[in-house]
Design a binder for this molecule. Structure first.
Ligand code: SF4
Length: 373
């Protein structure tokens, strides 16, 4: 056995992001409700579905869990059971919470019904981009496949609250490659801030996090985020609203603009494009999928299109609800065709012509930053 032991596969998704991650023993209130839901599924509901005798005290198992959560547990267990019947091996035995012993790590697998292995998550804080558990399930799968001379297994990530069953096959080679990648990173690669930091035991003394905090502090030392920044509907004091708007405008909006502005000189756009290209060449980037969206087409020959519609039996008036004018291009056309000198003059003329044909929507009230004050 190797001297350098790896943590349990439950830490592997974090270790793939940051080789210095260390799981925190801290358990939140949500986690204790999650633990009860977990127990209910694995000690009560799944055995019940498989027709096993059950003498576990149901009530003490779910003292903090509400009806909605029990219903979610029942629904997702039924989904997993159906999958076992459909894809599992006939006469396989359902096994719960079994110890998995790898060459240099150990872990606890929630559920096994050959060739399906499943890990249950409460999903109380379900945010799809934060849930990437393939490395964890690979850690269990690698051991089970080696022990049973198997080539592939069906992994099931069971998210109880949102009722999602994430299923995927994994081969022995893939699972071993992930284990090897974790081995190479664990304790070796420098700390890398990621979404697992808040769960990391090293958070308060981590040099990477402290460096980031210092940088943000230096950049925005004059700005203090108001307490209710995440719940603006709770802000009733105009002064507090002013501080909140200033913070959002200067910090968040500026940052978002830099990230997304196609003319930005920051080079971020190029990096995003390079990442998207990498993905097209079969590299996967955790938490992202490559999405190709068709560019919108527009009608360039409006009169030709109207003629074509009329020929197909539609009348011009039937088409009007689909047509729209906006003032901006119109004032330029008016300026060009009527030879008007200034854009302002042509805008007034265009507005005058259009006025009887326009609606009068209710005015919208918004806040605009006044930098002349
Ligand atoms: S707190 Fe530091 S060590 Fe922990 S995951 Fe974040 S960057 Fe890595």
């Amino acid at each position: 056995m190797s001297e350098n032991k790896l943590p349990s596969p439950s830490s592997w998704p974090a270790l793939m992001q940051c080789g210095q991650y260390e799981s925190s023993p801290f358990e939140s209130n949500d986690a204790s409700i999650g633990t009860e839901m977990h127990r209910y599924c694995l000690e009560f509901k799944m055995p019940e579905l498989f027709g096993e005798p059950n003498d576990k005290p149901f009530v003490s198992m779910v003292k903090d869990v509400g009806d909605e959560q029990i219903e979610a547990c029942d629904t997702i267990c039924q989904k997993l059971y159906d999958e076992c019947i459909e894809s599992g091996e006939a006469f396989s035995e359902a096994r719960y919470e079994l110890e998995v012993k790898g060459p240099d790590y150990r872990g606890r697998l929630d559920f096994l019904y050959m060739p399906i292995l499943a890990d249950f998550k409460s999903g109380l804080d379900f945010r799809p981009h934060l849930h990437y558990h393939r490395p964890q399930l690979s850690g269990y799968a690698a051991v089970i496949m080696e022990d049973n001379c198997m080539e592939k297994m069906l992994c099931a990530e069971v998210f109880i609250m949102p009722g999602k069953l994430n299923l995927y096959w994994i081969t022995l080679d893939e699972a071993k490659a992930i284990a090897e990648s974790v081995r190479q990173k664990h304790g070796v690669t420098p700390p890398q801030c990621c979404q697992h930091c808040t769960m990391c035991a090293k958070l308060l003394r981590c040099p990477a996090v402290n460096r980031q905090i210092k940088m943000v502090g230096e950049l925005f030392q004059d700005l203090k985020a108001p307490e209710n920044i995440m719940s603006p509907d709770k802000i009733t004091d105009p002064k507090e609203m002013s501080v909140a708007l200033t913070f959002v405008k200067n910090v968040l909006k500026g940052y978002a603009k830099k990230m997304t502005d196609p003319d930005s000189k920051s080079g971020i756009k190029e990096r995003v494009e390079a990442a998207a290209l990498l993905m097209s060449e079969k590299e996967t980037i955790p938490y992202y999928i490559r999405k190709v969206t068709a560019s919108k087409r527009k009608v360039v020959d409006v009169s030709g299109a109207i003629d074509a519609f009329e020929k197909s039996g539609l009348q011009k008036k039937d088409l009007f609800p689909a047509l729209s004018f906006t003032l901006d291009p119109l004032k330029r056309i008016v300026q060009k065709c009527l030879g008007i000198k200034t854009l302002k003059e042509s805008e007034q003329l265009a507005k005058g012509i259009l006025d009887p044909f326009m609606d009068n929507p209710e005015p919208r009230i918004s806040m605009e930053f006044n930098d002349e004050q």
